[in-house]
Design a protein around this ligand. Structure first.
Ligand SMILES: Cc1cc2nc3c(=O)[nH]c(=O)nc-3n(C[C@H](O)[C@H](O)[C@H](O)COP(=O)(O)O)c2cc1C
Length: 186
């Protein structure tokens, strides 16, 4: 069974996080999570909830706990996804500065050559953001900004978010029942 680490940071668009975790709930995967302090704040502001209220995550780690499992390559995660990924966390990942468990876990996943997806959210992007994205990409990360697939004709915001969650599922190698694709049914 795939073991996935979901990291939540303080960027907007928590709708995508909610949608992604709902999609994972239908899959045969183990999901662990870690949420930054700013992540908790934005979750509260946008969804009136805490990380503990989110679906699919069987275990949450304290973001300040450098002794937690994700701090070591031996923990055996198949993939990590930072969703949403703030420009601050992107900068930490790009520079290798590990001042919390999310930064450390991403650093570990990259050194282990494991799938590390950054759902970077900011607009517009300044030169530093763009340079950090390229650096993180060159270090092995996958930069995956939250853009829905409007060609799948989503009718609600939730549907639009799910089109993006499916793209993330593709990145993780998940089959995903009910996943709509361009050019074919189901
Ligand atoms: C409501 C709200 C929305 C925010 N949206 C973003 C955003 O979309 N992108 C971003 O980079 N920072 C955003 N921020 C700022 C980050 O939360 C802030 O830079 C924080 O230090 C990031 O810390 P973290 O990466 O440890 O979560 C937002 C803050 C708030 C309060």
């Amino acid at each position: 069974m795939k073991k996935i680490l979901v990291a939540v940071t303080g960027a907007s668009a928590m709708l995508y996080l909610q949608s992604f975790l709902e999609m994972l709930a239908l899959e045969d995967v183990i999901v662990h999570g870690v949420c930054s302090e700013a992540g908790e704040k934005v979750l509260e502001l946008e969804h009136n909830c805490t990380s503990a209220d989110l679906p699919s995550v069987s275990k949450w780690f304290d973001c300040r706990d450098f002794a937690a499992a994700p701090a070591s390559g031996s923990a055996g995660y198949d993939a990590m996804i930072v969703i949403p990924c703030s420009m601050g966390t992107l900068a930490a990942v790009a520079s290798g500065i590990t001042s919390n468990l999310i930064h450390r876990a991403a650093d570990v996943m990259l050194k282990e050559g494991k799938k590390t997806i950054l759902v970077t959210r900011e607009t517009p992007l300044n030169r530093t953001h763009l340079k950090n994205m390229l650096t993180a990409h060159d270090a092995g990360g996958t930069i995956c900004p939250p853009h829905p697939g409007f060609y799948l004709k989503p009718e609600t915001l939730k549907d639009a978010a799910m089109t993006f969650s499916w793209r993330l599922g593709d990145q993780l190698g998940l089959v995903m029942k009910g996943r709509k694709r361009w050019g074919r049914e189901g």
